[in-house]
Design a protein around this ligand. Structure first.
Ligand code: ATP
Ligand code: MG
Ligand code: MG
Ligand code: MG
Length: 437
């Protein structure tokens, strides 16, 4: 009978039929001279294939190694012992590309050090864990797009080579742009703000770059930034949008059978966060750190006006053990574009969302929409506003109250899949002293 060419994910619906499948030899077991088992991998799943008699006595069968690419033909039969309860009884096969003896085992195996794993990331991807994380990541990205589609946000593709800064000069990557100084973008926020008056609420999923000189387990130098901006909203609307984003995206992932299966594979105890999230002001957090004896390295306490760094923030979040919307940071530790709170001029209309196990995953705020105030903000940060005319013009031509936020995709995955280090959520991670493969 003719063989229909299929992907492994479709085997269930093809039981008892003859099929053709292309893939890679994930595992290989020879049993005596006349029986051979291949676990075939094709990116959509894994399938046990049985080769018997002459099929495993050819030259190709004798030299076959794991990680070779092959085509297999045969009938799909029910089999209790096989993964997925189905196996392929092979009647013909072809070796397409063989691999060195032992496959990738001599380069990468269970005992490999982290640095070897990272150098061999392209081979590591062939393993089950990393490929599952990347499959999950793709589902998550789709959930974000579906969320924004359903909330009427327009998707844009901003430039990532820029001559503006958003989050302070210390983490800028500079490069030579035909003789002019340019940067890799830290955030697409400013560009998103410029489209509100033409497209309305907007979002983008783009790479952001931060020259993070210290090694932490949640900082990359290149990451995927999910950012959105909304217009004619209040600070409270902004907080609700962020909460809605997190809850809705998780619901969408869990409604996808593969998404749910992958999430629970890595994080079996996962409980989706519920609205409303705990809301806490920055000043309450300073009090919380004191009350819980969380101190700086030198033994003193964090005082109002100081940035709360990663370690104390993590300790607080892990202790509270639920999402926190940390609001109203003092102006001196936040960026030039954040407006002051009416009730207290020292504070800004800003928010960070903190999640257990990771800490900050979202940073957001309202944006100054008064022209003169914005220019003051630039001056305070010693940034020349003239270069930002395309941004400040928004305040001259029909200004409007607006706000937005950015979420780190890899941090969100780290939280959802309960990973220890952010690099686990990244295809080819970049951080200090690693820019390859
Ligand atoms: P942190 O305090 O952890 O350094 P940030 O306050 O500098 O983060 P924002 O400028 O607020 O970060 O960026 C918005 C979001 O982007 C953050 O909440 C985080 O999820 C993500 N993010 C920021 N920097 C990084 C990074 N270096 N690697 C990965 N994700 C990042
Ligand atoms: Mg930072
Ligand atoms: Mg921060
Ligand atoms: Mg932040």
């Amino acid at each position: 009978p003719v063989a229909e060419r299929i992907k492994i994910k479709a085997v269930k619906s093809m039981q008892d039929k003859r099929v053709q499948i292309y893939g890679w030899v994930h595992r290989l077991r020879r049993q005596g001279k006349s029986l051979m088992f291949i676990i075939l991998r094709d990116g959509s799943g894994f399938l046990q294939c049985v080769l018997s008699d002459l099929l495993c006595q050819t030259y190709d069968a004798l030299v076959l190694q794991t990680e070779s690419s092959v085509a297999v033909y045969g009938t799909l039969l029910a089999c209790d012992k096989a993964i997925g309860g189905i196996e392929l009884k092979c009647d013909y096969w072809e070796l397409i590309g063989n691999a060195p003896p032992g496959g990738i085992d001599h380069v990468l195996n269970e005992e490999s050090q982290v640095d070897v794993q990272l150098d061999q990331r392209h081979l590591m991807l062939r393993g089950e864990n990393l490929s599952k994380i990347m499959a999950f990541r793709a589902i998550l990205l789709r959930a974000f797009r579906d969320h924004y589609e359903s909330r009427d946000h327009a998707e844009i593709t901003p430039p990532t080579m820029v001559q503006s800064q958003v989050e302070g000069g210390s983490t800028l990557f500079k490069f030579d742009y035909f003789g002019e100084e340019a940067f890799l973008t830290q955030s697409s926020q400013l560009y998103l703000e410029t489209v509100l008056s033409s497209l309305g609420d907007a979002y983008c999923i783009a790479q952001s770059y931060r020259a993070e000189a210290s090694r932490t387990r949640r900082h990359l130098s290149e990451y995927t930034h999910v950012e959105a901006e909304r217009v004619f909203i209040t600070f409270d609307d902004l907080l609700n949008s962020i909460e809605d984003l997190i809850v809705d995206v998780i619901e969408r992932v869990m409604a996808n059978p593969t998404g749910k299966e992958l999430l629970l594979f890595f994080n079996p105890d996962f409980k989706p966060p519920k609205k409303p999230f705990k809301r806490m002001n920055y000043s309450d957090a300073i009090e919380y750190l004191k009350a819980n004896d969380i101190r700086k390295d030198d033994g003193t306490f964090y005082e109002f006006g100081e940035d709360i760094p990663e370690m104390p923030e993590r300790r607080m979040t892990d202790k509270i053990n639920e999402p926190i919307m940390l609001c109203r940071f003092p102006a001196q530790i936040k960026s030039f574009y954040m407006p002051r709170c009416k009730e207290d001029n020292r504070l800004t209309e800003s928010v960070d969302v903190l999640l257990p196990g990771v800490g900050e995953i979202v940073g957001g705020s309202m944006r100054i929409w008064n022209y003169d105030e914005l220019i003051q903000g630039f001056k305070r940060e010693q940034i020349n506003p003239e270069k930002y005319y395309w941004y400040t013009d928004q305040r001259l031509f029909g200004t409007a109250p607006h706000g937005g936020y950015g979420l780190g995709l890899e941090r969100f995955i780290t939280y959802l899949l309960n990973r220890y280090h952010i690099r686990d959520a990244t295809l080819y991670p970049r951080y200090i002293s690693r820019c390859t493969p």
